[in-house]
Design a protein around this ligand. Structure first.
Ligand code: HEM
Length: 491
C-alpha cells in the first residue's frame, strides 16, 4: 500500500514537473546535457561535487557536453557556460542583470549584489563614487602604508624556509579593504569575525547540506547560530561607525552632542564607502542596506584581492624569468623615496592579468534569467535561453580555451602586452566590478616592494586548486623568501 502510494505520488509529481517545464524544454532542445531522470533530473551530477573535484569535474563535463549545455535538477534549469561569444552577449546586456546569490543572503542581503534590479543601477553608481578621481590618490597612499606593513611582516619570514603566504598576506589585505570601506582600521575582534564568517561561507559553498536554507536550518543548527552571531557583531560595529559619523557631523555644525559614548572616526583624507552611503540622498539607504553594502565590498575585496595576490606571488616564484623581468622593470620605475610609478609597470600589470586569467579569483559569474535571452552564436546558431534559467559562467574554463587563448594552460604574461585578449575575471558589462582599476593598482602597490626587496623561491608543494567560494589552493600558497642584499640587488 505504502509502495503503491509512493509510486503514484512520484508519477504525479514527475508529470506536474514535466508540464511545468514544457516551454523551457522546447527552447533548449538544441543543447546537449546529462541524462535527465524523471523528477530528479541530473541530480547525480551534483551529488559528489566537492570543492576539490569541482574544477576537474567541470573540465570533464564541458568536454562531454560542450561549452553551452543544459542540466536539469528537479524543476531548476542550470546552464553551465564557458563560451566567450555568448558570455559577452549576456554580460553586456542591460536586461539580464539578476545575479542570484541566494547562499549569501543573510550576510550580503540589502547590498548591491542582491538588491532588486530596479535599484541596482543607482547603487552601482553610488559605490563607484568610492573609486573616482578625487579619492583615488588617497586610497593609493593608504595602500602604500599597508604595503610597508606587509614588508615588515615578510622580513620575519625571509629565512628561505617554506611557508604559506596566504597567512601573512590575507590579514593585511583584510585591514586595507576595511579601512577603505569603513574608514577605520578594524579592531582585532572585527577582523577575526570577518575571517571566521568568510570561512563559514566557504565551507557552505558546494556543500549539499547547507546549500539551501531549509537543509541548512535542519542540518547545521550550530553553524547557523554562529554565522548569525558573527553577522550581528559585524553589523553592530557598522552601526557604531555610522553613529560616530553622524554625531561628528552634527558636532561640526554645532549642535553639541555628547560624543563620549562613541568611538570617534579617525582622521583621514579620503571619503570611505560608509560615508558615501550614509550621505547619499538618491538613493537614500536604510541602515540594513548600508550594512549589506559594507559586507558586500568587504567580502569581495578581502577574498578576491587576497586570492589574486597569493596566486601571483606563487606563480612568480615558480617562473624565475618572469621574476627577473619584473625586478628589472621595477628598478627603472622607482621614484626616489616615493615607491614606484605604477604607470611604468606594464609587465607587472600583464603578470597580474595573466595570473587572473589562469586563476580567476571569482570562478563563477551567475545570472538568473527573468526574461528569455535571445542569442546569436557563430557555432551553436541562434536560439533563446528561457526565462527561469540559472546561467553559470565558468571563467576558469572559459579563459583556458585554446581557440581564444593560444597556449592556454601556460603562463604567458606577454599576451597582455601588445594586443591583450579579453579578461573576464572582473566580469564585463554594466555589472562588472566597479573596483577593477583600484584593485589592479592596489595589487601592484602591494607587489612592487615585495619583488624589489625579496627573492621569491619556488619551495614547497605545488598548488592544489580548489574552489571554496573563491579560487584557492587546498594546501595553501607555499613558497620561500630570501632578502635581496641592500646595496646589492635590492632596489
Ligand atoms: C582582484 C580583485 C577583484 C576581482 C577579481 C573582482 C571581481 C569581481 C567580479 C567578477 C564581479 C562581478 C560579480 C557578478 O556579477 O557576479 C565583481 C563585482 C563587484 N565587486 Fe569586485 N573584484 C575584485 C575586487 C573588488 C574590491 C576591492 C571591491 C571593493 C572594495 C569590489 C567590489 C565589488 C562590488 C561592489 C561588486 C558588485 C557590482 C554590482 O553587482 O553592481 N571588488 N567583482
Amino acid at each position: 500500500m505504502i509502495l503503491t502510494t509512493t509510486f503514484v505520488c512520484f508519477c504525479l509529481a514527475s508529470a506536474f514537473n514535466y508540464f511545468r517545464t514544457r516551454r523551457q524544454r522546447s527552447l533548449i532542445k538544441n543543447l546537449k546535457g546529462p541524462f535527465t531522470w524523471p523528477l530528479m533530473g541530473a541530480m547525480h551530477k551534483l551529488l559528489f561535487l566537492t570543492p576539490k573535484n569541482f574544477l576537474q569535474r567541470s573540465t570533464e563535463y564541458l568536454s562531454k557536453y560542450g561549452s553551452l549545455s543544459r542540466c536539469w535538477v528537479f524543476h531548476r534549469l542550470f546552464i553551465p557556460l564557458a563560451d566567450l561569444e555568448l558570455s559577452r552577449q549576456l554580460l553586456e546586456s542591460d536586461t539580464h542583470l539578476e545575479t542570484g546569490y541566494e547562499l549569501m543572503k543573510d550576510w550580503l542581503g540589502g547590498g548591491v549584489l542582491m538588491c532588486q534590479s530596479d535599484q541596482w543601477q543607482k547603487r552601482h553608481a553610488l559605490i563607484s563614487g568610492l573609486f573616482d578621481k578625487r579619492n583615488f590618490e588617497q586610497l593609493m597612499d593608504l595602500s602604500r602604508q599597508q604595503a610597508d606593513q606587509l614588508q615588515q611582516k615578510l622580513v620575519e619570514k625571509a629565512d628561505q624556509k617554506v611557508f604559506d603566504i596566504w597567512e601573512t598576506v590575507s590579514p593585511l589585505v583584510l585591514d586595507l579593504i576595511v579601512m577603505i570601506t569603513c574608514g577605520a582600521k578594524p579592531s582585532e575582534e572585527y577582523s577575526k569575525n570577518l575571517e571566521s564568517l568568510s570561512e563559514i561561507y566557504r565551507k557552505r559553498f558546494l556543500s549539499l547540506q547547507s546549500a539551501n536554507r531549509f537543509n541548512y536550518w535542519l542540518s547545521s543548527p550550530f553553524m547557523r547560530k554562529r554565522q548569525n552571531r558573527l553577522i550581528k557583531r559585524l553589523n553592530e560595529e557598522h552601526k557604531n561607525l555610522m553613529a560616530s559619523h553622524q554625531s561628528q557631523k552634527q558636532f561640526k555644525i554645532g549642535n553639541g552632542l555628547d560624543m563620549s559614548q562613541l568611538r570617534p572616526m579617525p582622521m583621514k583624507n579620503f571619503e570611505c564607502l560608509l560615508e558615501i552611503l550614509v550621505e547619499s540622498k538618491d538613493p537614500q539607504l536604510t541602515t540594513e542596506e548600508i550594512c549589506g553594502e559594507l559586507n558586500t565590498s568587504n567580502y569581495l575585496g578581502y577574498l578576491l584581492c587576497s586570492s589574486a595576490l597569493c596566486f601571483c606571488l606563487v606563480t612568480i616564484a615558480r617562473n624565475p624569468s618572469v621574476q627577473q623581468r619584473c625586478w628589472e622593470e621595477l628598478s627603472l620605475a622607482q621614484i626616489k623615496d616615493q615607491g614606484w610609478d605604477l604607470e611604468k609597470l606594464p609587465y607587472l600589470e600583464a603578470v597580474l592579468q595573466e595570473t587572473m586569467r589562469l586563476y580567476p579569483p571569482q570562478v563563477i559569474v551567475g545570472r538568473q534569467l527573468k526574461k528569455d535571452f535571445p542569442y546569436t552564436h557563430s557555432v551553436v546558431g541562434d536560439g533563446d535561453l528561457p526565462f527561469g534559467s540559472e546561467i553559470y559562467i565558468n571563467l576558469f574554463e572559459l579563459q583556458r580555451n585554446e581557440n581564444r587563448y593560444p597556449k592556454a594552460n601556460h603562463f604567458v604574461a606577454e599576451r597582455f602586452l601588445d594586443s591583450p585578449p579579453e579578461l573576464l575575471s572582473f566580469s564585463l558589462g554594466p555589472r562588472c566590478c566597479p573596483a577593477r582599476k583600484l584593485s589592479m593598482q592596489l595589487l601592484k602597490t602591494l607587489l612592487a616592494p615585495i619583488l624589489a626587496n625579496f627573492e621569491l623561491l619556488p619551495y614547497g608543494d605545488e598548488l592544489r586548486l580548489d574552489l571554496r567560494l573563491i579560487m584557492g589552493s587546498s594546501n595553501g600558497f607555499q613558497l620561500g623568501l630570501k632578502p635581496r642584499e641592500i646595496g646589492g640587488n635590492a632596489i
